[in-house]
Design a binder for this molecule. Structure first.
Ligand code: HEC
Ligand code: HEC
Length: 309
């Protein structure tokens, strides 16, 4: 993370802390978090090497470039990005943090079969998917310098790990089903209480000096309808472990499900696999209760796609 960005986030965090610490604002935060229903997560089984150990040679240059692409994607991989997000927004601490789908959790598990596209994906192809969906852009061709650098970074970070064994901390946590079906109204209340401060009341995040400080959660500058975060279970797991930023694991599972549902019940860029019909696109690619695409929530049929800004 760039020092300037770190400072912005640190300021926001301390503001958030002050705000929540002040007696008049203490109500929602001060009460002890209700007991969570999911089993406690195992600590990460792997510590990635420090950034300072990136070698000072041609390989190290690719590793360092991959890291820059990962944290400042719109700048270092501009041609392939169609929104205001960076990889790091969903894979925290430059892809190092356990339970936020760290790169070291992923790299040793590829090639792998993916039900999303019904074939075995190399790691490079897995990266291509991130550009098509999470970044709402277009995938660099296999062998493109952007993919070479990102793969070098992930490989370097995974040094010393066993191949083909899923280590604790991989991916996002899988939460058990909540007691009550996720609900838009309850999710909205959680959003206003715990998220809007940083992500904005309209979920559009905040930019400073052309950089995304707080990423948009929906709308034209966020991930599209084909992305993994569009699935309520993925979003709930990510949010439970990592949000509000700096206070991960303080939401109850129910709150995490509700606010994930609320977030994913908003319009965002169209699924690039759109067939021309929302119903047909749902049947082909979103035939799961975890996707709200093509369903009607809060009186609105989802899946029309956000209009371009
Ligand atoms: C909007 C959030 C978001 C953004 C932005 C994003 N990703 Fe992801 N990424 C996800 C989700 C969700 C998953 C699926 C996680 C899971 O299955 O537990 C994922 C999975 C992955 C995986 C596979 C993880 C595994 O354990 O198999 C890799 C590798 C990856 N992303 C790399 C990237 C790269 C590189 C970028 C930037 C070009 C990027 N992601 C941008 C949300 C995002
Ligand atoms: C203190 C500020 C802060 C608060 C409060 C906060 N977030 Fe975030 N959120 C961030 C930042 C910053 C990132 C990007 C992390 C990074 O790049 O290191 C982020 C990333 C995300 C992402 C992934 C990126 C994207 O745009 O989809 C989601 C989803 C998310 N937050 C949801 C939530 C939800 C839901 C809440 C409330 C429960 C919440 N956040 C509260 C600061 C915050």
């Amino acid at each position: 993370m760039k020092p300037a960005r770190l400072m912005l986030i640190a300021t926001a965090l301390s503001l958030a802390a002050c705000d929540h610490g002040a007696p008049q604002a203490a109500a929602p935060i001060a009460k002890a978090p209700a007991p969570a229903t999911s089993a406690p997560r195992k600590p990460a089984a792997f510590t990635p090497p420090p950034e300072s150990s990136i070698p000072d040679d041609d390989f190290g240059k690719q590793v360092a470039l991959g890291r820059q692409i990962f944290i400042d994607t719109g700048r270092y991989a501009k041609a392939y990005v169609g929104n205001q997000l960076n990889c790091e927004n969903c894979h925290l601490d430059a892809g190092r943090l356990a339970h936020s789908a760290p790169l070291w959790g992923a790299y040793p598990l590829y090639p792998a079969y993916r039900s999303k596209n019904h074939h075995v994906n190399t790691f490079a192809e897995r990266l291509q998917g991130c550009f098509n969906y999470s970044m709402n852009g277009k995938a660099p061709a296999l062998g493109d310098p952007v993919l070479v650098a990102l793969e070098s970074y992930a490989y370097w970070m995974s040094k010393g790990e066993p191949i083909g064994r899923s280590l604790p901390g991989r991916g996002y946590p899988k939460l058990t089903k909540p007691a009550l079906a996720p609900d838009y109204g309850r999710g909205e209340a959680v959003f206003k209480r715990d998220c809007a401060f940083c992500h904005g009341g309209d979920g559009q995040g905040q930019q400073a000096a052309g950089r995304t400080v707080f990423p948009p959660l929906w709308g034209p500058e966020s991930f599209n309808w084909g992305a993994g975060m569009e699935q309520v279970n993925n979003a709930a797991g990510f949010i439970k472990a990592n949000m509000p930023l700096g206070r991960g694991n303080t939401l109850t599972d129910q709150d995490a499900w509700d606010v994930a549902y609320y977030m994913d019940a908003h319009e965002r860029p169209q699924d690039p696999r759109f067939t021309g019909s929302i119903a047909a696109t749902r049947a082909a690619y979103h035939d799961t209760p975890e996707s709200l695409y093509g369903t009607t929530v809060n009186g609105q049929l989802l899946g029309a796609g956000s209009p371009d800004r």
